[in-house]
Design a binder for this molecule. Structure first.
Ligand code: GN1
Ligand code: MG
Length: 539
């Protein structure tokens, strides 16, 4: 049977849901799991084509819906460097997902191959994994059917965090090259992180335990595994794992996890942490993390992605100075418009580092961060990492220290290039990075909170008839259309002390998001409401 016939036959077993329009969005396809079978099947076809278009490089497919409810699921593709799929192929994936019939799908498959001059006899390799959702194994089987039909090389890594799959893809594609990233196995991931952590800690011990809320998702079992590779808790870092119940998939992200903590600005109700106890929460696929604590007066404080970026940037700038590399390494921080203005000011004025702002979505931040030798990027919601350029890595690896103090700093910097996931934001790797910085500074969460004072802020979701009329520019900080909306927003902002506000169409939900910050809570709330009213008026 020809491979086209095999695809036709296999596709017939995975018909698309009627009347559903699919869109490869900021985080791949994401929706109710029961309408995703055909989409995941078709992503298998796209992944094998993408692999063949790159001469057989390995492509990853991750089945997850991250922080969304347990009944949802999703699928996203990973490019050979471990980064997210490039935008032009996102459009192909959307086209394939929306093909009405099996015949139309095969025609599209052929057209894509022809357009990209893909030789369909090229060997291909697709690796995949899933989070702990109940629908994951069914969807993985749909994917497998597609890969078998198009005669792809297949490796099923079963259950992994999203960043672990990105790590594995990068490892496979760099094996045997100068850029070799590590062993392409789950064990290789733990070994790499734990040995880098040990080196970066330099026998420092963290003060007090760290409580990690795993959102009842895949981060739980994976963190428990990672702990086995870390130094004994009484010598280094004591981690308490909570909300790691993956046997009840219905509890995933329910009243716990990074998204719950960030959006509701409180600890999970199940938390037993005491005053000043250091806590953090992962999201459902462990690619996002936020820290938090409750002070002695019982007030909750969030240490979000902006704080992690500021902490990491400050530490990296110190290390590059102390190791004698400050003159040659350009360090910068990339944020989105949602970053608190106080964090931007701290990084620019106190740390004297460059800050760039990009549209929402980590792929934009990641791309912008490649313009620095050490690029720190985080979304306020805790999604991000630090990337080192080739130039930075080579210099950090080969620099000759001129004193024991320089050597000390250099060794920590070298360890950090190994500890920090270079492919994508990774909650477990970010957590170890934060712990290294806090241990070296001898800080608890209060000192970290003290580096700057957040401006009070408010995020409002506004439902409009058509969000597509809200077109933004200048890294989504200003609206081009509807005409008249931006001048009205400017007018409202002008009246408020330290006021800043913007409105933009969400890339993942059918709504417009309004963000406002100001000197006081009352002014921030008032500004957010005024701008939301403007959006409603023009929507
Ligand atoms: C304000 C906000 O948190 N926006 C989120 C959200 O994007 P929206 O385009 O705002 O819906 O989902 C994205 C994907 O997970 C994430 O990257 C981003 O930070
Ligand atoms: Mg996630």
């Amino acid at each position: 049977m020809s491979s086209f016939n095999k695809i036709l036959e296999a596709s017939a077993k995975h018909p698309p849901a009627e009347g559903v329009k699919y869109q490869y969005g900021t985080a791949g396809f994401r929706m109710k799991a029961d309408v995703l079978d055909s989409v995941v099947f078709r992503c298998g076809l796209v992944a094998s084509l993408r692999s063949r278009s790159l001469g057989g490089k390995t492509i990853g497919v991750m089945i997850t819906a991250s922080h969304n409810p347990p009944v949802d699921n999703g699928v996203k593709l990973v490019d050979p460097t471990g980064e997210m799929l490039i935008a032009s192929w996102e459009a192909y994936a959307t086209e394939m997902a929306n093909a009405k019939t099996d015949q139309e799908l095969v025609e599209l498959y052929k057209a894509l191959a022809a357009k990209n001059r893909i030789d369909l006899s090229t060997p291909t390799h697709v690796v995949f994994a899933r989070d702990t959702r109940a629908s994951g194994s069914r969807l993985a089987a749909c994917l497998n059917d597609a890969l078998v039909a198009c005669e792809a090389g297949i490796t099923d890594y079963k259950i992994l965090t999203t960043p672990q799959l990105h790590y594995i893809v990068r490892c496979i594609n760099t094996k045997g090259t100068d850029e070799e990233y590590g062993e392409p196995t789950e064990k290789g991931y733990y070994e790499k992180l734990s040995s880098a952590f040990k080196l970066a800690m330099k026998n420092k011990k963290s003060s007090g335990a760290l409580t990690v809320d795993c959102a009842n998702g895949v981060g739980g079992p994976k963190l428990l595994e990672l702990i086995k590779y870390l130094p004994p808790k009484d010598e280094s870092l004591d981690i308490k794992v909570v909300n790691d119940n993956v046997h009840n998939p219905d509890s995933l992200n329910v009243e716990c996890g990074a998204d719950f903590v960030k959006t509701s600005q409180r600890a999970p109700p199940s938390s037993k942490a005491g005053p000043i106890d250091r806590c953090c929460s992962l999201d459902g696929d462990a690619d996002r993390i936020v820290y938090y604590f409750t002070d002695k007066r019982g007030v909750f404080h969030l240490l979000d992605g902006d704080r992690i970026a500021a902490l990491a940037a400050a530490f990296l700038a110190d290390l590059s100075r102390q190791s004698g590399l400050a003159d040659i390494l350009k360090i910068g921080v990339v944020q989105t418009a949602y970053a608190n203005g106080a964090s931007t000011k701290y990084i620019e004025k106190d740390l004297r580092l460059a800050v760039r702002c990009t549209p929402t979505g980590v792929k934009y931040l990641h791309h912008e961060a490649t313009n620095f030798d050490i690029g720190v990027y985080f979304e306020a919601n805790g999604h991000g990492t630090v990337i080192f350029s080739d130039y930075a890595r080579k210099n950090i690896a080969s620099h000759e220290p001129k004193s024991p103090a320089q050597q000390d700093a250099l060794e920590i910097l070298q360890a950090l290039t190994q500890l920090i996931n270079q492919a994508v934001g990774d909650a477990l790797s970010d957590m170890l990075l934060v712990e290294v910085v806090l241990a070296h500074k001898g800080w608890g969460p209060e000192e970290w909170l003290g580096i700057y004072n957040d401006l009070p802020n408010r995020l409002v979701r506004v439902v409009v008839t058509d969000r597509n009329v809200f077109v933004a520019e200048d890294a989504e900080r200003r609206l081009v259309t509807p005409k008249g909306a931006q001048p009205a927003i400017d007018e409202a902002v002008k009246k408020v002390r330290q006021g800043r506000s913007f409105a933009r169409a969400s890339g993942t939900e059918d709504a417009v998001r309004v963000y406002a910050e100001a000197e006081t809570r009352a002014e921030a709330d008032d500004l957010a409401n005024k701008v939301a009213a403007i959006v409603k008026q023009y929507g």
